[in-house]
Design a protein around this ligand. Structure first.
Ligand code: SF4
Length: 504
């Protein structure tokens, strides 16, 4: 059997133009042909079936005809009203406005990491601490968002290094929100090495979700994350266990409430796919996000040490996720986050509103990032670009900007246009368009254009690799595996972390 590339040249002059089909895109996956339409419906056909389709020889009495009809690939019987409803439902995030507000309360950090994205400062650089006044202005702007629920995420540097301001901002936000009545959540991304019992008691009491970084087994983590005078891995593990116990002590379900940990996949990490998964499972994590290294912050400078070819990443991903699937088969409830995001769109007919993988992306209209000095950016990545000398994504500051001026900023408008997949070269023809998305800041950082050239994009290579893997699993159609993948799309809301949404 010849591949797709030669299919059209061999159709021959007797072929008729196909009729009666809705527009669709196609891609070869392990020998079969995957078809997707603009609604996100998908179907595998054999190469012979695809050849018949391409030759305009679809027999209305054939099983292929029925398959195509059942997945909305035929014009006949196509329900336009239902299609419009589905699209509106999946894109409902466009009705909201920025729900994620990232506050960088300091650039100071007590750890030095080989891939630092955050452009850290030394612990004595107290001039990089956010002041309480700036923190209050961040909250004032956040609460003006048209989104009915907002999350304030504390980042750094190491946010615990400026804990008094973080505390003040949380109390201020809780008090101010009484006038707004939004669903309000707090999260903190910390390496945990500066945690103590008093800080933890406050964070648990104010329902602040805690997220940390784990690079994998201790030898890998401590090699990549240097904690002066200490062991970064042991500190993180010690506090993960204590925090998880604190949740149990107040009666929360440990399968739902536990510290979330994030991985940054470096070149060194590629050697340990299974060990990394096992480390996470051993720490009680139910989700592993196999994120490749970012090109932002200092990671741009240390690329020779941490970067790698994306084909190697895709091999790593496959090995790690096969291992996760095996663990699931043995009764362990653990999922891979990229997989669950894509599968929610592929199997769930929904969009989980993950800001970096949606179309248009969340830059500006889904998230805003506030630097310690009050400058406002379209995303945390845009803020990191500023810290390394490029202000392209600054859209205002907390002193002079109104919420309207931020949303109408020309940079935000350009970012929206640049991240609509259906309107971009390469993506417009890609079979994965209905499920995909890219962050325009990434294209700008790596290619010098927010529009991006996807065939050369490392992010696209990752997205394609992951979707190829997932669709290959769906093509194999092993009932147990499909059931596991379906389970990965189930959302269990962590309502405990949401502060009351009724105004008083
Ligand atoms: S980013 Fe890549 S995988 Fe995603 S839709 Fe565009 S071309 Fe396809």
């Amino acid at each position: 059997m010849t591949g797709l590339s030669t299919l059209f040249t061999e159709l021959g002059s007797t072929a008729k133009a196909p009729t009666g089909l809705v527009p669709f895109r196609f891609r070869e996956v392990s020998g079969d042909i995957l078809l997707t339409n603009f609604l996100g419906d998908w179907l595998f056909v054999t190469q012979d079936e695809f050849r018949a389709l391409a030759r305009g020889e679809l027999d209305s009495a054939s099983p292929l005809h029925d398959k195509l009809a059942s997945r909305n690939f035929l014009r006949e019987g196509f329900d336009q009203a239902k299609a419009a409803e589905r699209i509106a439902y999946k894109k409902r995030f466009l009705n909201w406005g920025p729900n994620l507000h990232i506050a960088v309360v300091t650039l100071r950090c007590n750890e030095t990491c080989v891939y630092c994205h955050a452009s850290r400062a030394n612990m004595d650089a107290v001039h990089t601490d956010m002041t309480p006044e700036i923190g209050e202005k961040v909250v004032d702007l956040m609460l003006q968002s048209t989104s009915p629920s907002v999350t304030l995420e504390f980042q750094g540097g190491e946010p615990l290094a400026n804990f008094p301001v973080m505390k003040h901002v949380i109390e201020y936000a809780l008090a101010r929100n009484r006038a707004y009545g939004k669903g309000l959540e707090f999260t903190m991304v910390s390496n945990l090495a500066m945690m103590d019992a008093e800080k933890l008691a406050f964070l648990v009491d104010r329902k602040v979700q805690i997220c940390t970084s784990i690079d994998g087994p201790e030898h890998l983590h401590t090699k990549q994350r240097i904690l002066a005078g200490g062991n970064a891995h042991r500190e993180a593990v010690k506090w993960i266990e204590r925090i998880n116990k604190a949740y149990i002590d107040i009666g929360l379900d440990p399968t739902l409430y536990h510290v979330e940990a994030l991985l940054t996949t470096t070149r060194e990490a590629l050697k340990y796919p299974k060990e990394i998964v096992d480390t996470y499972v051993g720490l009680g994590c139910r989700a592993i996000f196999l994120r490749p290294v970012d090109p932002f912050g200092f990671a741009g400078k240390t690329a020779q040490i941490v970067e790698y070819d994306r084909a190697a990443y895709n091999d790593f991903y496959r090995t790690a996720v096969e291992h996760i699937l095996d663990l699931n088969r043995r009764g362990e409830q653990v999922l891979e986050r990229y997989g669950s995001i894509f599968l929610t769109k592929i199997l769930g007919d929904d969009d989980p509103n993950f800001l970096d993988i949606r179309s248009p992306s969340g830059s500006g209209i889904g998230a805003l990032a506030y630097n310690y000095d009050g400058k406002i950016f379209s995303s945390d990545e845009g803020r990191m670009m500023y810290e390394t000398g490029d202000p392209a994504f600054q859209i205002g500051d907390v002193f002079t900007s109104s919420y309207r001026s931020l949303m109408k900023h020309e940079t935000v408008r350009a970012l929206v246009m640049a991240s609509i997949r259906e309107a971009q070269p390469d993506c417009v023809n890609c079979t994965y368009t209905p499920y995909c998305g890219v962050q325009p800041e990434h294209s700008y950082r790596t290619q010098g254009t927010i529009f991006g050239r996807m065939r050369e994009s490392t992010l696209c290579a990752v997205h394609k690799g992951i979707q190829d893997f997932l669709f290959d699993k769906l093509r194999e159609n092993d009932p147990k595996t499909v059931e596991i993948l379906r389970r990965w799309t189930t959302v269990r809301a962590r309502t405990h972390f949401i502060h009351a949404s009724s105004a008083s």
